[in-house]
Design a protein around this ligand. Structure first.
Ligand code: C2E
Ligand code: CA
Ligand code: CA
Length: 563
């Protein structure tokens, strides 16, 4: 190393370089004798910028710290004095390797200076402490949110990780806050009022800071609080917020929702934990009965799994992993097989056969469901064509499910027409099931779409009748052909009340000129009852579960067996 030095470099004194590096951040270091309360300056260059703070005639630690306190704002003096008292230092060093106190100085030009005093035992004898002073003004500026003067995200995570490292055995909690309807507050009152709300909320958060319990403004209207073991429960903070803002001068009430992470999983960093609190927060949003929700173990894993599924959709379509299965629909009076509902299954290359309940809701939430609907309908049409060619005398009727996002796509009807024409399927052989969620979304648009579909000749079924609250509205406003009555909504015993409801729905449908298909029929008793009430067409496990296409093909080829 030395041999390769240039001539100029040979005169370098490494200790000088080191000192310069240290002095950039460190004001210096001294030793403190815990038994005598004396400051022992080490050699001058090491004491560095701390020299002016030490009275050369009186080297008592308490006395000199008292002089330092005079440079602090009045209101924080006594709390800082408590933190730097030697018995507090000693107690803290019993449980952690280093103990630090942050001090905010206002210097002569009233600019802010932040210093960190850090205490650490000199050796195992534990009678001497090394006290260093570090200038952390730049770090503090980069870790502070200027609007609220709370920690920003970087500061929050740094402080959380530091606390966990110093308190490996202790429990803690991370609370994430989201201000309800903040977008509306910005929209109605403008950004400057929005900022004022954030500042006021920040002030509220700061009021509950104490010791190691600290708050942060992470971004937009998201705040967080770190609560070490022994802090009050979330109810306390949530009620405090309600109290503080109940008469806030806005016409939009200022309320919050909170997501809480308290599992303290080893190896989980502050970002992960804060994200988990956010997941809990997202599940709390929109709930009127609860203002906070705890993160449940496994939620993040489920979330990641869902994201993986979403990322996989394009590949799965390319690799033809979505299958169409068919659930027979029977005329229970004659035993005749009338048709089937097409239901999708995902034969995932790694995860195996997935039921639609495990992926349809995810695809619905991310607006990818329309592609799957289209893909499944195309496949169903190909089967219809194939079976019509194979069995020209058999009626081949299949109904496909349509999701609301597909129905509301502007090209939707044209799309369906193309699929049907390309596969040469007569319009009466494919039917479509629509649920009322499509109606609740945009009723006027659905009314128009259904009108257009029926004028093309498509048969429309209303799926899951009775399972949500606007079934009757949808029935009133939209002309459909078939009503699918879901037996699930009357789960349990066939009580007298269920019978009255079912018989009345069947009678009403008849009076409206609609056919009824009862689905979810599981027992003979249910089938007999439905037939008594005049409903002949049924679908359900009592007859058959959904089956793969080749099995359904065999059913079509055999004589009617359902009797
Ligand atoms: P759905 O349209 O109400 O379909 C009926 C569901 O009930 C099917 O579940 C079927 O297997 C199940 N089922 C049938 N008979 C019985 C019974 O007797 N008892 C019980 N307990 N259940 C019965 P599956 O196949 O798991 O499909 C679930 C849901 O996924 C469907 O409910 C539908 O909403 C959706 N789905 C399936 N395929 C597609 C699709 O291609 N596109 C869209 N948008 N949704 C689909
Ligand atoms: Ca359906
Ligand atoms: Ca259904």
């Amino acid at each position: 190393m030395v041999n390769s030095r240039t001539k100029a470099a040979q005169r370098v004194d490494e200790s000088k370089v080191l000192k310069r590096l240290l002095l950039d951040h460190f004001d210096g270091a001294v030793l403190v004798d815990l038994d005598t309360d004396e400051i022992i300056p080490i050699y001058d260059s090491c004491t560095g910028r701390m020299v002016p703070y030490i009275d050369s005639l009186n080297t008592s630690y308490s006395y000199n710290m008292g002089r330092v306190m005079q440079n602090l704002e009045k209101k924080v003096q006594s709390s800082v004095r408590d933190k730097v008292a030697l018995d507090v230092v000693r107690n803290s060093l019993d449980t952690q390797k280093t103990y630090s106190v942050r001090i905010h100085f206002i210097d002569d030009e009233s600019s802010s200076l932040y210093k960190k005093l850090c205490y650490e035992y000199y050796d195992d004898q534990k009678d001497l402490v090394i006290l260093t002073c570090e200038d952390i003004s730049e770090t503090v500026a980069s870790e502070t949110d200027p609007l609220t003067d709370l920690y920003n995200s970087a500061g929050f995570h740094r402080r959380v990780m530091e606390w966990i490292e110093n308190n490996p055995e202790k429990k803690f909690r991370i609370q994430r806050y989201d201000i309800d309807h903040f977008r509306n507050i910005n929209g109605v009152y403008g950004y400057s009022v929005g900022n004022r709300v954030l500042r006021d909320f920040g002030r509220f958060m700061k009021m509950y800071n104490s010791g190691d319990c600290f708050a942060a403004h992470l971004n937009a209207d998201h705040f967080a609080r770190f609560c070490p073991e022994g802090s009050p429960p979330p109810e306390y903070y949530s009620e405090a917020c309600h109290e503080a803002f109940k008469s806030y001068e806005l016409s939009i009430p200022l309320t919050i929702h909170m997501g809480i992470y308290d599992l303290c999983e080893p190896g989980c960093d502050s970002f992960d934990m804060s994200y988990k609190a956010l997941l809990a927060l997202q599940s709390a949003k929109g709930k009127h009965d609860r203002s906070f929700v705890y993160y449940q173990k496994g939620t993040m894993e489920a979330e990641i799994e869902q994201q993986e599924l979403l990322n996989d959709v394009d590949r799965a379509i390319r690799d033809d992993e979505f299958e169409v299965w068919f659930q027979p629909q029977i005329n229970y009076r004659t035993g005749e097989l009338l048709g089937a509902e097409a239901l999708t299954r995902w034969r995932h290359s790694q995860k195996g056969l997935l039921s639609p309940v495990s992926f349809i809701p995810i695809l619905e939430n991310s607006n990818r469901i329309g592609e799957i609907d289209k893909h499944i309908i195309e496949k169903a049409c190909r089967y219809i064509r194939k079976w019509m060619d194979m069995m020209p005398d058999r009626p081949i009727i299949v109904s496909g499910n349509l999701s609301r996002s597909y129905v509301h796509n502007p090209d939707f009807v044209q799309n369906l027409r193309n699929i049907v024409e390309c596969n040469d399927v007569p319009i009466g052989n494919i039917r479509f099931e629509i649920t009322e969620s499509a109606y609740m979304d945009r009723p006027e648009q659905l009314i128009e779409v259904v009108k257009e579909m029926r004028s093309e000749g498509f048969v429309i079924e209303m799926d899951d009748f009775g399972s949500a609250y606007s079934s009757l509205n949808m029935l009133k406003d939209i002309e459909i052909d078939i009503l699918k009555l879901d037996m699930k909504f009357l789960a349990g015993e066939n009580t007298r009340r269920s019978e009255i409801i079912i018989s009345s729905v069947i009678r009403m449908a008849k009076e409206l000129g609609l056919k009824v298909i009862a689905e979810g029929v599981e027992t003979r008793q249910q089938a007999d009852m439905l037939l008594d009430f005049g409903c002949e067409i049924m679908q359900g496990y009592y007859f058959s579960k959904p089956v793969p296409a080749d099995e359904y093909e065999k059913l079509l080829q055999s004589p009617p067996i359902f009797k």
